[in-house]
Design a protein around this ligand. Structure first.
Ligand code: 5AD
Ligand code: SF4
Ligand code: FES
Length: 358
């Protein structure tokens, strides 16, 4: 089918999504233009900031692609103190970021649940409710989700990584800690508790096809997500999946495919929040800006205290590990202005999609 016919459709089907992801030349350009128009019309040309606090690189899991997996003995493990987290939250507030994201490896214990709960209460008090709070702390029990929600977190990010079960199983150990169905169940529970739910996938994984990615997009719609973060897979030499690097497509192609995923998702789910993933910038210096041009409307500047940034390396060549939060803020302002969008300072910038469901 002709690309313009596809883009004019009310409801995209599987074959349409595959065609959009495969688009090259003028067709690719038409996709990007359609995504930019959809963004302007449905969410506006505003980029919202979520100050990213990389809470801890301690993780109980062993995802085969991830640099901070449990069995990587070469990473120095750290956990931020309460004071450091509070200071980062205060920094976000003072710099008019509307929201923060507290992200870390998966830790599950009653003490951990309580610690996060206490931190949430403290952050809520210090910001007088002005800071939106997103959590990205892996799979937890329903009770833990509920307690964190009640303590003031209102969004949760948990990537499905790949919605194709066979591929999910190829990139995770096949043990009781990495069960595809558990991940699905976690996403269901988060929604039930009342969170705005974000998920996402890695793009350019070994053995991943355009059909897999089209299915991922359909999965997002099926479970009716509010937010999405997806970026290129970037191999890390201290991980098992590094052994499969020969079968990967070139980094530039993974980058381009990630842009097409963002653009296609914008056309497909018009009013959700889509993040310009940091991993894009590991490949292309203006990668995040390019994603903003084709549909992304969220950026997550790193506000982790500088000394720890180098230790939170999920993938190699991660940007901003040498910068301080102050440097990133100034840099981002200039970068986003160059895209032609404005920054949504002092605003939560919630998913409009979620808002319409309430
Ligand atoms: N390349 C790209 N993204 C990665 N992540 C983990 N390891 C890598 C990698 N090597 C992503 C996962 C996870 C998110 C926090 O980081 O998708 O959900
Ligand atoms: Fe842990 Fe997340 Fe890395 Fe998996 S991807 S090892 S859960 S930090
Ligand atoms: Fe970190 Fe530019 S965003 S230095």
């Amino acid at each position: 089918a002709n690309i313009h016919d596809i883009l004019a459709k009310q409801e995209l089907e599987f074959n349409d999504l595959v065609a959009l992801l495969a688009a090259t030349g003028d067709d690719r350009k038409a996709l990007f233009e359609a995504a930019a128009r959809t963004k302007a019309e449905h969410v506006g040309n505003v980029v919202y900031l979520r100050g990213l606090i990389e809470f801890s690189n301690v993780c109980r899991k062993n995802c085969l692609y991830c640099g901070i997996r449990l069995d990587n003995k070469e990473v120095e493990r750290y956990t931020l103190s309460d004071e450091q987290i509070i200071a980062a939250a205060r920094f976000a507030l003072e710099n008019r970021y509307g929201s923060i994201v507290i992200q870390g490896g998966e830790i599950t214990s009653p003490a951990f649940t309580l610690r996060i709960e206490n931190l949430l209460n403290e952050i809520k008090a210090l910001s007088d409710g002005k800071l939106g709070i997103t959590l990205s702390l892996g799979e937890q029990s329903e009770d833990t989700y509920q307690r964190w929600f009640d303590a003031g977190a209102h969004r949760y990010l948990l990537r499905i990584e790949s919605s194709t079960k066979s591929l999910y199983n190829r990139i995770h150990p096949n043990d009781e800690n990495h069960v595809y169905e558990d991940r699905l169940e976690a996403l269901r529970l988060l929604k039930k508790v009342g969170f705005q739910v974000g998920t996402g996938v890695m793009i350019g994984l070994p053995h991943q096809t355009l059909e897999d990615l089209a299915r991922d997009l359909m999965f997002f719609k099926e479970i009716d997500i509010d937010m999405c973060g997806m970026g290129p897979y970037i191999e890390h030499h201290q991980t098992p999946l590094y052994a499969e690097r020969e079968s990967l497509m070139p980094l530039q192609d993974r980058f381009d495919l990630a842009l097409k995923m963002v653009a296609t998702l914008r056309v497909y789910m018009k009013d959700i929040n889509i993040a310009a993933a940091t991993a894009l910038q590991a490949i292309d210096k203006i990668g995040r800006e390019k994603a903003i041009k084709v549909g992304a409307n969220i950026i997550m500047p790193n506000i982790t205290p500088g000394v720890y940034r180098d230790s939170y390396k999920l993938y190699e060549n991660k940007p901003c590990t040498d910068e301080s939060a102050e440097e990133c803020t100034g840099c981002l302002d200039a970068r986003i202005t160059l895209t032609g969008d404005e920054i949504g300072y002092d605003a939560w910038g919630d998913s409009q999609h979620f808002g319409k469901k309430q």
